[in-house]
Structures are given as structure tokens and as C-alpha cells.
Design a protein around this ligand. Sequence first.
Ligand code: FES
Length: 397
Amino acid sequence: MSDVTVDFSPAAAPLAEKLLEPAREILARYPAGRERSALLPLLHLVQTEEGFVSPNGVAFCAEILGINKAQVGAVATFYTMYKRKPTGEYLVSVCTNTLCNVLGGQEIYDGLVEHLGVGHDQTTPDGKITLEHAECLAACDYAPVVTVNYDFAVDNSTPQAAVELVEQLRQGERPMPSRGARICSLKEMQFQLAGFADEREGAVADGPAGAPTLRGVTLAQEHGVAVANFNIDTPIATTKPARDESAKAVKDPGPVSAAKPAEEKHGGLIANVASKVKSAAATVADKVEHRKAGAPVKAGDDKDPETRAAEARNPTGDTPAPDATSAGLPNQTPAPTNAAEAAGAAKNEVAGDGKPAGDTERGESIVQESAAAQKQPATTNDNPGWQNAPRGNEEKK
Ligand code: FES
């Protein structure tokens, strides 16, 4: 397919003019007939030009792969790294997940919201910075972390360090990151993500793991903790080990057993099942007799603990209050035992307001105030690029 000529629609043609060659290179990496698997790198390739997955980018991917736009959209909207509206030159991600949050991630995010005047997934009016709070960025050992275009920019960050970083970026500087490759623009990063080498000096970096990453190993060594029989030089097996035939021989009942008549072979199993059925029937009969005799129904909670726990999480009108003593479950939220716990419980109300985690009331009010002050709202339209998609050209080729 990589050398097939595609008759692109007017929507896809301008991108095809710029991206056809690298797109063909991507398609050539896949076996014949499996080219649709190239959709992920192709979407990154679109972002190198557009800065997001534009409607024209969707058309380009669909047409070059011979699939429909709904299929492209289903993939593009699933992954957060495919942006659905124009994105700034630098995507600044602040981890607000568990460990980073405990160590100040939310304060860093709130500080940037206040400083930049934009909220989650919004871009500064100068088009330089798109801010987002992110789930775990896989650097918990350096928490709290801030990345720029997916590179680790500030480890063990603070609100002040994060503000300094975005200010440098807005001034056109590219500060040295805490570790890893040199900071690049989001479009340059998309080229790497599409699977092409970045030739800039220092664009790719590697190195040994840092002390925080190796902390567990270091502690184990210091305390003489080791895994029994562990040998670091043991080669990793690349093929399945041969089957141990002697073990099979022990399990295999052999020709003596095979020669037994079928009734004899299965007799034990049938007897076992029959005995269980008989026992269950007797239990049911006992219960029926018990009820008939007018015995009081036991007031306890006889449901199994998993059912009871599920009901407690999602009660309905006819769900009886769980009986803590018989089910072994608490029938209410445990009361805080000290002032710190009480303060923590009050701050952490149950989620369910439909907002993405990390957006606080404080952050929202900051954005509204800032936008009002500038009389120029930040990019608050949801998905403007996709809303502007021309209608009526679906599947016209
Ligand atoms: S929790 Fe922030 S990097 Fe893992």
C-alpha cells in the first residue's frame, strides 16, 4: 500500500502535499494488508503539521489507510496524546496523581493556573503554553514532576520552579531539563513520536538510572536483603523451555488406567457429584421445614460479603441497612479519630461532579477572573477545530 496512489479529497489534499512522503515511510513499516495499524504514528504525523488532530488530519489518515473517519476518530479520541484542539508550542503537564499530589503537585498546578490564567487543557493567548494536569507520569521517584512535551523538565518541582520554567519558555528560551533530552517544541516531539529520528544535537538522551530510582536496590544492598538463588548473569530465555517428560509420566495414569472400563473410570466422579447434589437438596428441605414450623426468620444479614459490599457502594431504595455484626462490614463511614483525619476527610469529598481530577474551585475561579480581566477569554470553546468540520463531505472521495 505504501506506493499506492491515493486520490485525496479536497479536505485531505493540503496535508497530503506535505505529509505524503513520511506517511508512506510509516506505512512501509507494516506488513502488507496490516497497514491500518499505522494509524497511531500517522496521527502523530498529522500533529507535526497541525498541532492537533484536525478534521483535515482525520480525512488524510482515513483516506491513506482506506478506513472511514469514524474509525480514525474512535482512535484519536481515545488517547490523551492526540489533541482535539490547537495546542500551544509547549505542553506543560503537571502530575496531580497520588504521590505527586501528596508532595505538592496540586499546589504546583494551582500556581501555574494562577500565573498563566488558563486551566486544564487551555492555551495561553500568546499560543506558547498549553497547561494540563496529568495522571501518573511514571516518575514517582522524582515526585512531584512537571514535563514539557513529555520530557521530564523539573523533577522534585515546586510552584516557584514551575512558574520560572514557563516564564523561560514564554521568553523563547529552552531551559535545560532536570534530566533526559533537550526540550523541544510539541510539533518536533510529534515527529519523534511518529517514529522518526530527531537529528538535533541532544534531542535524544539516555543515561544510568538516578539515585531516587535505585533507592530500593541501594537499601536492599545496605541491609543485605537478596532474593534467594538470584543470579544477575542468568540469561533471559528467549524460547520456551522443553517440556519435562518425567513430570508428565507421573501425572499420566498410563495404560493400566486407560484399560479400565468407562464406568469404573468415571464412577468416582459421578458418585462425588451425586453426593453433593444430595447434600444440597437436604439443606433446602431442612430450611423449608424450618419455615413451615413457624420458626422465626433470622434477623441477621445472610448475604455474602461481596454482595453486601456492592450494595453498600451503590444502595437502592430496597437495600436493607447492612448488619455490621453478621456481615463483618462497617455499616457507616468510620468516624475520624483525630483532628488531622477529620480535616483530611472534610477536604476530600466524594468525587462525581464530572470534572476531571485536579481541577479545583480555586483553579476555575482564577481562570474566570483572569479571562474577565483580559476581556479576552482563553481557549474555552470545547474542541473548536472539530466543531468547524465542514459537514456533508463524509465519505466523499
Ligand atoms: S504520581 Fe506523579 S509521577 Fe507518579
